[in-house]
Design a binder for this molecule. Structure first.
Ligand code: GCO
Length: 263
């Protein structure tokens, strides 16, 4: 293993990592040598399944159930992880939800749910971890942003507002903590084949064809495509990189696109 990408002996906490992009990134970090802590919220069973999946592959993994939006739960969980597993070297803020509802039909409660989880949750989650990282003068924080950190789209207003906010929260965290040797960066996934995008990915759904034609790479991303960026931002290779968002999107943000009838 190249020392710049070696995570041996590091503890990495990934939120919302029982499935999808979170689990794929967790697996990537584990493959580079990290000890994994998987967080989930909805069910203990899903956490146990993800932990067994990682352990069966020979990785060191632990599971903790807590709600990233709840300050008391988070503080208790972080204290528990640090005493039971070890000091957290890498935090990946991945937990997130989406509600696809046009603005004029959206209830305030739906708006708040999304903003709470996708934006405020990162604030709540990161504070107690960063406090400890500052004391140790070392840490890596990776916030999972989105195409919607840059672009709007019908029906995803709260998600876009939260993910745009998360991009700026990333830059602000980077600004405040770089002097403490903590690097804070983001990964902005393009369109990936996950449970979250399942409803808009089914064959024949107009959005499916739209995404394939809108993406220069001509396909949906596979969750494993995020592992390289995650390892890089967690590893010594990125020690002087802070406040950046790496978009892993098959080229979407590089182009205006092309008419659908053009080859
Ligand atoms: C949508 C998608 C997106 C993403 C994503 C893209 O409805 O447009 O679900 O919001 O999943 O974050 O980067």
């Amino acid at each position: 293993m190249h020392p710049l990408f070696d995570l041996t002996g590091k503890v990495a906490l990934v939120t919302g990592a029982t499935h999808g992009l979170g689990l794929a990134m967790a697996e990537g970090l584990a493959s580079a040598g990290a000890t994994l802590v998987i967080n989930g919220h909805s069910s203990r069973e899903k956490i146990d399944t993800a932990v067994s999946y990682l352990r069966d592959k020979g990785y060191s993994a632990h599971g903790y159930r807590f709600n990233v939006c709840n300050e008391d739960e988070v503080e208790q969980a972080i204290a528990g992880i640090e005493s039971e597993v070890g000091p957290i070297d890498v935090l990946v803020n991945n937990a997130g939800i989406i509600k696809r509802i046009p603005i004029l039909e959206m209830e305030l409660s739906d708006w708040m749910d999304v903003i709470d989880t996708d934006l405020t949750g990162v604030f709540v989650m990161t504070k107690p971890v960063a406090k400890r990282m500052v004391a140790r003068r070392q840490g890596k924080i990776i916030n999972i942003c989105s195409m919607m950190s840059e672009l709007g789209r019908d029906s995803v207003s709260a998600y876009a507002a939260a993910k745009g906010g998360l991009k700026m929260l990333t830059r602000n965290m980077a600004t405040e903590w770089a002097r403490h040797n903590i690097q804070v960066n983001g990964i902005g996934p393009g369109y990936f084949a996950t449970e979250q995008t399942k409803p808009i990915r089914v064959d024949g759904h107009p959005f499916n064809d739209f995404i394939v034609s809108r993406t220069p790479a001509g396909k949906w991303g596979d969750p494993s495509d995020l592992q390289g960026a995650a390892i890089y931002l967690a590893a010594p290779a990125s020690d002087f990189v802070s406040g950046q968002i790496i978009y892993v999107d098959g080229g979407i943000l590089a182009t205006i696109g092309k008419p659908s009838n053009e080859a």
